[in-house]
Design a binder for this molecule. Structure first.
Ligand code: AMP
Ligand code: FE
Ligand code: FE
Ligand code: ZN
Length: 281
């Protein structure tokens, strides 16, 4: 039995509906999936229902953008109570930050005589957690850029002219938020952030695990993080980070995490809820 614990739908910057995603998961012979949209859990009820209809096990999740010592990191939350009031309040706050940032980035594009409207981006995004990919898609749709990559390269990447930094939750607060909502906090794709020196401090703040297996981790990176997790008594997770169709094929199922790691994740969450000792084994 295998899991893919990092997936996006059109409730954030993915292109699939929860039902389409669940159907792809079934076709890829996965047994367990988690939905980890950016800064929203709105897709979780539909994903849970779709998974049930396909006989898949579902883990509610969310991917939070956080800040730690001037680094932007992504934190995956698993098994959170998606009705937890503090969690929903913070997600709502950061969704508004995302919406305001879209207006600022579109403003910068307009200053460069790229005439797109924030309303067009919102219409295309049609969700509460819009991000740069929606601006990129709008730029391609309106013929300004030839591809999403070109849009990021020319305008949207960090330090490019339309890029606006996002105000973020601190990692400490985010880990606390996840724990008080009953979940486990896992550092997403550390191989993309070059932040290994921060991991021990994040563990001191309560980090539960690291995403060792990710579609953009090399085998060397994966082995490195598997060693690090085992030596630090951290949970091991993995996922494809599928955002929809990629070069003709969805990424979902390209990462297959053995079920034993899901079992350890569940056991840790149970122990957190019981206030018992936090051990990954
Ligand atoms: P945001 O949350 O608005 O900062 O946008 C970040 C999201 O943009 C990431 O989660 C990816 O989905 C996407 N992204 C980042 N860099 C690129 C890139 N170079 N090409 C395509 N998508 C990207
Ligand atoms: Fe994304
Ligand atoms: Fe991420
Ligand atoms: Zn992601």
């Amino acid at each position: 039995m295998f899991a893919d614990l990092h997936l996006h739908t059109f409730f954030s910057d993915g292109t699939y509906s929860p039902e389409e995603l669940a159907s792809h998961a079934k076709a890829k012979e996965l047994s367990v999936v988690s939905l980890t949209d950016h800064d929203t859990v709105e897709g979780c009820p539909r994903m849970a229902a779709a998974c049930e209809s396909f006989g898949l096990e579902f883990i509610p999740g969310v991917e939070l953008t956080v800040e730690f010592q001037d680094h932007e990191l992504h934190l995956l939350a698993y098994y959170v109570d998606i009705e937890n009031a503090s969690l929903l309040g913070e997600l709502d706050r950061y969704q508004k930050v995302r919406q305001e940032r879209i207006r600022e980035m579109v403003g910068r594009l307009n200053d460069m005589d790229v005439r797109i409207k924030a309303e067009s981006v919102f219409e295309l995004a049609n969700c509460n957690a819009p991000g740069r990919p929606h601006i990129a898609r709008t730029l391609v749709k309106e013929g300004v850029c030839s591809s999403l990559d070109a849009a990021f390269e020319k305008y949207l990447k960090r330090n490019r002219p339309a890029w606006v930094p996002k105000s973020k939750m601190s990692a400490e607060d985010a880990i606390h938020l996840v724990h008080q909502a009953g979940g486990a906090a896992v550092l997403a794709h550390p191989g993309l952030n070059r932040c290994d020196d921060l991991i021990p401090q994040l563990v001191e703040h309560g980090l539960d695990g690291i995403e060792c297996v990710h579609s953009r981790h090399s085998t060397t990176a994966m082995e490195h993080y598997l060693d690090l997790a085992e030596n630090s008594n951290l949970l091991i997770t993995g996922g494809s980070d599928c955002h929809g169709m990629n070069k003709g094929q969805p990424l979902i199922g390209t990462v297959k995490l053995p079920y034993a790691f899901v079992a350890k994740l569940k056991a840790r969450v149970k122990r957190l809820a019981g206030g018992g000792p936090a051990s990954a084994s």
